[in-house]
Design a protein around this ligand. Sequence first.
Ligand SMILES: Nc1ncnc2c1ncn2[C@@H]1O[C@H](COP(=O)(O)OP(=O)(O)OP(=O)(O)O)[C@@H](O)[C@H]1O
Ligand code: SF4
Ligand SMILES: [Mg+2]
Length: 371
Amino acid sequence: MTDKPLLRVRGLTKHFPVRQGLRATGLVRAVDGLDFDVRPGETLGLVGESGCGKTTTGRMLVRLLEPTSGSIEFDGRDITHAGRRELRPLRQELQIIFQDPYASLNPRHTVGRIVAMPLQVNGIKPPGGIKARVQELLELVGLNPEHYNRYPHEFSGGQRQRIGIARALALRPKLIVADEPVSALDVSIQAQVVNLLRDLQRELGLAFVFIAHDLAVVRHFCQRVAVMYLGRIVEIGDRADIYERPQHPYTRALLSAIPDVTQLGPAGRIRLTGDVPTPLDPPSGCRFRTRCWKAQDICATEEPALIPRDGGRQATACHFPEGEGAGTSPEGEAAGTSPEPVAAGSVAEATVSGVEPAGRGAEANVEEVSS
Ligand SMILES: Nc1ncnc2c1ncn2[C@@H]1O[C@H](COP(=O)(O)OP(=O)(O)OP(=O)(O)O)[C@@H](O)[C@H]1O
Ligand code: SF4
Ligand SMILES: [Mg+2]
């Protein structure tokens, strides 16, 4: 893997105007200034709660959405505002896999036609002919090449997602944006499809931006992870650092919800309460402050920058990251004591109180739940 990024994103922003009639009445700040790189052959996971801007980001990367500002460089070329003609050669190198394997395949087209479409649209004539190439692709994704003439409804959900993957691979891309590629599938099928993607990634040296809200899946597939909250990246780093040494309180809360993450200690789960604020009117300063047990006055007035820590491998946007200064856990801060191990199976559910987030009352916004 070279250090030169294949994808370089700086200040990427998408604001959707809200209109009443002809009048613009506000802006949905769906994505608000993202910076990240993806190196060739690298898998970057993009995680966060529903509505934090993952899909909007993915669609801007493959230029299905026009960014409001910022820049996207792909393989050294600025594609931020590339038009249809400029994008045409790039379409071969930059592909997307959609979440819904039912809606993303045309039900009136045979599988052969669906997978062949990118080749035909781009005027590509493979040496052995289109049919042979399509059958090769079907085999590559674990489908029977003889099923070339079947229609999408004749396949299961997992098989349909394999068809979508074959279509994305048809042009031998360098980067695939996969937007929740397994979340519409049964749990038993999810692992098969993720393993397929991982094998293909290794075999073909593909880079991925892998969008998911399931952190267990991301841990399995991604080498690096970016955690998003309300349109911003709050933490980014290598998988081991993010999963074993999360520095942002939000990352910590997300990870604590995965049952088998034990490295966070015996303190148990952190259950975030309260709704995600609206991107129409995000909180001042740190956007996470209305749900953060560590918030202090500065969090309401100064937006924390995404600052590299640990020699630059991991970057965190927090005034009081974990491991720096007092109060590195919700339970420790709240009670002023070390957390006691709680017997497995007990339902000790303690609401953390005594931590007063900026701009709110003494009301708790984090619950500790034993696991
Ligand atoms: N076309 C649009 N017009 C206005 N607002 C939009 C539009 N598309 C997305 N949004 C808003 O932008 C925010 C981010 O949406 P997005 O779909 O990117 O979130 P997401 O992280 O992919 O969520 P999920 O996990 O539910 O798929 C949401 O508040 C959403 O309502
Ligand atoms: S401590 Fe402050 S800056 Fe850090 S996540 Fe909490 S509210 Fe944001
Ligand atoms: Mg989405």
